[in-house]
Write a protein that binds this ligand. Structure first.
Ligand SMILES: O=C(O)CCC(=O)C(=O)O
Ligand SMILES: [Fe+2]
Length: 179
């Protein structure tokens, strides 16, 4: 069976669309459960209209990939869920100062796709994570987040890179969570 790589830096992951898990699992999860949260937290990134995704599982182990270098995602908002298994070290980090976050098994962490981040090397065991790169066509149709240019739209399979669909709702105004 032909197998794509989740991203250019990870060699041992699995794309969930190749396992037929988009319609049955990831799309309903994004639409019903994640979007209400992202609408509140990320109004400036089109959090209310994240209308496509790329979902994959990444794997780190001692004789395979140990870590993930600093990067930003091809996503407006990313969900990263720690699936275990048993491992030591391997914290996630964010920003130029490499602010570390201990990622607890079964817990999910939402972050801006454009926020620089990476994963430190594991010292033992296996580390598996479910990653959902969520995209808003309303945002990226204006400017590609990877090259900062107006995108040239071409036909793509599945969700492609998330550019084409139009959002039914308007991008909401900024919500002041403190008031
Ligand atoms: O391994 C992780 O926790 C981070 C993975 C990641 O940032 C990515 O695949 O974009
Ligand atoms: Fe990432």
């Amino acid at each position: 069976m032909p197998k794509g790589r989740p991203n250019s830096m990870n060699n041992y992951g699995v794309l969930l669309n190749e396992l037929g898990m988009d319609e049955s699992f990831i799309t309903p999860l994004r639409e019903k459960y994640l979007r209400p949260i992202t609408a509140l937290l990320y109004p400036d990134l089109g959090g209310a209209c994240l209308d496509s995704h790329k979902a994959f599982v990444v794997k780190y182990s001692l004789h395979e990939d140990l870590d993930l270098s600093s990067h930003y995602d091809n996503a407006e908002v990313t969900l990263n869920v720690s699936l275990g298994k048993d491992f030591t070290e391997g914290n996630l980090y964010f920003g130029d100062f490499r602010q570390e976050v201990e990622h607890v098994e079964t817990q999910g962490l939402l972050h801006r796709g454009g926020q620089i981040h990476g994963a430190l090397p594991i010292a033992s065991g296996e580390r598996w994570n479910l990653i959902i790169w969520m995209r808003s066509s309303a945002i990226r149709n204006q400017l590609c987040p990877m090259c900062n240019q107006k995108p040239q739209l071409v036909e793509a399979e599945g969700f492609g890179d998330g550019f084409t669909e139009t959002c039914e709702e308007d991008v909401p105004e900024t919500v002041d969570l403190c008031s």
